[in-house]
Design a protein around this ligand. Sequence first.
Ligand code: MN
Length: 205
Amino acid sequence: MAFKLPKLPYKSDALKKFIGKRTMEIHHGKHHNGYTTKLNAAIKGTKLEKKKIEAILAVAGKSGAGVRNNGGGYYNHSLFWKVMSPSGGKAPAAKSKLGAAIDKDFGSFEKFQEAFTTAAKTQFGSGWAWLCVDKKGKLFVSSTPNQDNPLMDCVRKKGTPILGLDVWEHAYYLKYQNRRPDYVSNFFKVINWKEVAKRFTAATK
Ligand code: MN
């Protein structure tokens, strides 16, 4: 079964404190749609055709650039839309499972935010910043180039991503031009921590 472009979970102007309508429309309707179409073309008639996206990503490094770039692009954007919400931005309660894990693994929410911001700002060129869970259930922050992600066999630091930020220029250029740090700082106003907590629970089960 071919992969389908997921619908945005809100209207395209709903996250305007972070990103504008036009960028959302192009980013979802053109970029994400392009990755989805090209992923389907790359796996068509191969043994990957009936696999889940996570299984495809686990062999992305040895499956050619078409699978790696478009499989990553499909998965990364599908996660990205869901970990944002117009009513987001409220950090997880310190007593919640995720809040406690952030305190334990980073020292405090502020220290996590600092690490994530640094990862997003210093990823050279196009890529993503991540909050992930490793095999032992420990949280870590990382960044990857292009459309790579921590589920891929070819990525050095592996884990399950529970939060991701797209730092390709196509994600922010219309509103921010070269000001990536402002884009990263506004991301924190829309993070859907409920969704991130849900993914944390699923990843540590
Ligand atoms: Mn993108």
